[in-house]
Write a protein that binds this ligand. Structure first.
Ligand SMILES: Nc1ncnc2c1ncn2[C@@H]1O[C@H](COP(=O)(O)OP(=O)(O)OP(=O)(O)O)[C@@H](O)[C@H]1O
Length: 281
């Protein structure tokens, strides 16, 4: 399909009402573009990482972003808690709403936004302190020092992250002594402690062995009763296993967005089909 015609048809369906109803929407982007400065030899050029992305993310569901390397998956994820602000050279245009609130509106408290929209990265990054203190960290930061409350919260977050049984006898040991998979679940427990509404997961299992990966996938499924999850993954089987809706991106554009079973069994666009059948990417 010619790029222009593909783009036109994508844009005409870019609100994707069939995927997510307005009343079920947690996050929404409209005409979102992200440009950054690329260094080419001695010169700097503006490049586009996200090109006119409009989509809705359903509340208390798992949404996956898939696509070839460099297509903009992580950039899109990072716009949801304004992590893209950290690159002062990049420019964002368009809108992002969280529960109907414009996250770029004047006066938005960005640290509070990042509490509401937590993030977990590819490489587990526990703090160099005990398992207990990792989970209690965010709570202490907001002034919670009551030991009973902290104990209860640490336990409930470790249970929610499916880690309690494995660490209950070593709560005061260093978190750095846990396996990679346990560290990643600990990071998720730490993020849950401040009660985010959204959890962004950027390739959360790609550094883990298959059994740890399975545990993370089970955890993701179990957390959707509690919050909204958005996952970036290179692994299409993983997207198919864990997500309710999947967005396929290519060269910064949203090519197709559909319920996951539909996207993988009956993709509407040729580019999606080529990607999921391994013809490119
Ligand atoms: N601030 C930036 N500076 C330099 N390049 C950037 C910046 N932001 C995005 N890019 C580029 O934009 C493109 C999209 O990047 P992004 O990390 O979002 O892709 P991705 O789909 O997540 O890739 P991967 O699967 O390899 O992680 C890449 O070519 C990346 O190098």
């Amino acid at each position: 399909m010619k790029r222009d015609s593909a783009r036109e048809s994508v844009q005409s369906s870019s609100q994707h009402p069939e995927v997510v109803n307005p009343q079920d929407t947690c996050l929404e982007t409209r005409h979102l573009c992200l440009d950054y400065q690329a260094q080419v030899g001695k010169e700097r050029h503006r490049r586009r990482a996200l090109d006119d992305i409009s989509l809705r993310i359903a509340r208390k569901r798992v949404t996956a972003f898939i696509g070839p390397s460099g297509c903009g998956k992580s950039s899109l994820l990072r716009t949801f808690n304004r992590m893209t602000d950290l690159d002062e050279q990049s420019r964002l245009s368009g809108k992002v709403w969280l529960e109907g609130e414009d996250i770029h509106a004047r006066g938005v408290d960005v640290p509070m936004l990042r509490r509401r929209v937590g993030m977990v990265f590819q490489t587990p990054n526990p703090f160099p302190m005990s398992v207990y203190e990792n989970v209690a960290f965010g709570l202490r930061l907001v002034g919670e020092n009551n030991k009973r409350h902290l104990d209860d919260k640490v336990e409930s977050c470790l249970r929610a992250a499916a880690l309690w049984e494995e660490v209950k006898d070593r709560l005061f040991d260093s978190a750095l002594g846990l396996s990679g998979g346990q560290q990643q679940r600990l990071v998720i427990a730490r993020t849950l402690a401040v009660e985010p509404e959204v959890l962004l997961l950027d390739e959360p299992a790609s550094a883990l062995d298959p059994i740890s990966t399975l545990k993370i996938e089970e955890l993701i499924r179990s957390l959707r009763s509690r919050l909204t999850l958005v996952i970036v993954t290179h692994n299409m089987q993983q997207a198919a296993r864990v997500s309710d809706a999947t967005a396929f991106l290519h060269e910064g554009q949203l090519v197709e967005y559909a319920p996951t079973d539909q996207l993988f069994t009956n993709p509407r666009r040729r580019q999606t089909e080529d990607y999921i059948t391994g013809r490119f990417g």
